[in-house]
Design a protein around this ligand. Structure first.
Ligand code: PLP
Length: 373
């Protein structure tokens, strides 16, 4: 028996090859520049990228580190978090937020999220604070800001530092300012599929605070003050020269790519009419960067299978909230502890979203969503 190939071309969830092909020459010459120079760790490219990224975000310092997870980990240590301290964050985040916190020895204290923004609910924050709370870590999930003003007000009153998890928030804004400039520090990830992505792992911490920046520069480099003289204990977690050179090339295009993501989101919003799904809400306090375009649907798994049958890729960010992950069963938090986050994890579905996605593909995805009954 022969099978007839499906004549419809697949629409992938993501396609980093398309981006490389659009800027390949520039990327190749950035890589060659590093290879020709023969300097691979903490050199000119990292220094320049740190200056350029700090200026893009609107802060004094950026410190390139090995990943977004490491950015959170080191930022928490630099903020003075010690083993046994409590750190408040959201239960529907990507697990690395919690990995970073655990590796700093901190205990995650989870606060349920807002039904519209999918981010930490400021009204539930205050009652989670104890005398052991040593940091608040709001996550800007999917590229939409958490409601920072009330969070910062509570943090100020209680004298607790705020570290933003801006791993998905490159270029998104809150009340006119870029995410990353609100707390004591903020962590960014340059995982390849992020809005600003490297060709490997990478991350950065940004801060306006000189002494936090100083601490971070040592922490990422074995606690070294000057070559072979170590004034504190530290790690090896550095953004490398190749990744920094690639990121410099991409940074100049970030705003244009984010604009294209917003256009795609707008086209999805205008074309999807199926009442069985809820489209993402855009909060009026900021610009979403649409790292992800996330629908909600009560029959999410069936919708996903329907898209798959139409050769359309989709992903679930994230199917299991942190407190119900096997790895975090020691938190002792049963199902029902965070009803909004739990409901979201059962209903969310991310549609294809990357700047090189064509309008005809967006419309085909939207029409496939509309044909789901
Ligand atoms: C919200 C969030 N926090 C933290 C991270 C960790 O970043 P990385 O994968 O670069 O370690 C990610 C990305 O995976 C993320 O999406």
């Amino acid at each position: 028996m022969t099978t007839t190939p499906n004549p419809v071309t697949a629409i992938p969830f993501g396609d980093l090859g398309r981006q490389y092909h659009s800027i390949g020459k520039e990327i190749d010459s950035a890589i060659k520049r590093v290879l020709d120079r023969g300097w691979f760790i903490l050199g000119e490219e990292v220094k320049s990228f740190e200056r350029e990224f700090a200026s893009y975000i609107g802060v004094h310092h950026a410190i390139g580190v090995g990943s977004g997870t490491e950015a959170i980990h080191l930022a928490l240590i630099a903020a003075g978090v010690q083993p046994g301290d409590e750190v408040i964050t959201a239960p529907n985040t990507c697990v690395p937020t919690i990995s970073a916190l655990s590796f700093a020895g901190a205990i995650p204290v989870l606060v349920d999220v807002d039904e519209r923004s999918y981010n930490i609910d400021p009204d539930k924050l205050e009652r989670a604070i104890t005398s052991r709370t040593k940091a608040i870590l709001p996550v800007h999930l999917y590229g939409q800001a958490a409601d920072l003003e009330p969070i910062l007000a509570i943090a100020r009153e209680k004298n607790i530092p705020v570290i933003e998890d801006a791993a998905q928030g490159h270029g998104a804004t809150y009340r006119g300012r870029k995410l990353g400039c609100f707390g004591l520090a903020a962590a960014f990830s340059f995982y390849p599929s992020k809005n600003l992505g490297a060709y490997g792992d990478g991350g950065a911490v940004v801060t306006d605070d000189d002494s936090t920046a100083d601490r971070l520069r040592k922490l990422r480099n074995y606690g070294e003050e000057r070559r072979y003289f170590h004034t504190s204990k530290g790690f090896n977690s550095r953004l490398d020269e190749l990744q920094a050179a690639i990121l410099r090339e991409k940074l100049g295009r970030l705003d244009q790519w984010n604009d294209r993501r917003r256009q795609i989101a707008d086209l999805y919003n205008r074309t999807i009419t199926n009442l069985a799904v809820t489209k993402p809400a855009e909060m009026d306090y900021g610009d979403h960067d649409y790292h992800l375009y996330v629908l909600r649907c009560g029959r999410r798994d069936q919708l996903r299978r329907h898209l798959e049958a139409n050769r359309i890729g989709s992903l679930i960010h994230y199917p299991v909230p942190v407190h119900l992950q096997e790895a975090y069963s020691d938190l002792g938090l049963a199902e029902g502890s965070y009803p909004v986050a739990e409901r979201l994890c059962n209903e969310v579905l991310s549609l294809p979203m990357f700047p090189e996605l064509r309008d005809d593909e967006v419309i085909r995805v939207a029409e496939a969503v509309n044909s789901f009954v």
